[in-house]
Design a protein around this ligand. Structure first.
Ligand SMILES: CC(C)(COP(=O)(O)OP(=O)(O)OC[C@H]1O[C@@H](n2cnc3c(N)ncnc32)[C@H](O)[C@@H]1OP(=O)(O)O)[C@@H](O)C(=O)NCCC(=O)NCCS
Length: 171
């Protein structure tokens, strides 16, 4: 398996990949085109024999220097539970450290057990309390109405480094 940065030419394959990777949200094609065109160097594809087996995309919020927002991560259903998610995430962290990022933020659906396991195993912390008013969903603290009324999500972070002047921003 090889992990590489995504390019805008990947957008249709990525759109199909996310469509097949329930419960990942499958955004319209143009969303992937735009993200991969302008943030391709912050999006990652894991490939095996020319097929996408894993994908992650993220954006760099200008208002939070040093933070990378990991928007989506998925592993092909036939390849899940084999350590690919962890391997992909480890490589992403390494790449982001090299680029000078100090913090990764991700939001997790409290009913998504595999996602929660992946990030907790990799030492991401639930910081929902810092992010807003919380509610308990299936025993987990989530930010109330985070994505829309009734759509409560958990906010997690991992610190992967330190800014020299300690100006780490974010929540
Ligand atoms: C979340 C996801 C990326 C994990 O990738 P993966 O390659 O299956 O994960 P790994 O094999 O590296 O395993 C990581 C941990 O998650 C656990 N896990 C993975 N799938 C699981 C499942 N369906 N149920 C319970 N635990 C699961 C693994 O057991 C492992 O924990 P452990 O070492 O304590 O046993 C993958 O399940 C996926 O693509 N899910 C659908 C899309 C999604 O929900 N993405 C996240 C939201 S953006």
């Amino acid at each position: 398996m090889r992990i590489r940065a995504a390019t805008q030419e990947d957008f249709l394959k990525v759109h199909q990949f996310t469509a097949d990777c329930t419960p990942l949200e499958n955004y319209p094609e143009h969303v992937y085109k735009i993200i991969l065109r302008y943030f391709g160097d912050y999006c990652f594809i894991a490939e095996k024999n020319g097929q996408i087996v894993g994908f992650a995309m993220g954006i760099v919020p200008r208002s939070f220097p040093g933070t990378y927002f990991l928007w989506q991560i998925g592993v092909a259903p036939s390849c899940q539970m084999r350590g690919i998610g962890e391997k992909l995430l480890r490589e992403i962290e390494e790449e982001l450290r090299k680029k000078g990022f100090v913090r990764i933020e991700v939001t997790i659906d409290p009913v998504n057990i595999s996602s929660q396991k992946l990030f907790e195993n990799m030492e991401y912390q639930n910081i929902s309390k810092k992010a807003g008013k919380t509610v308990e969903v299936k025993g987990n603290l989530a930010v109330q109405d985070y994505y829309k009324p009734g759509r409560h999500f958990m906010v997690y972070e991992k610190r992967i480094g330190q800014l020299c002047d300690e100006r780490i921003t974010g929540i």
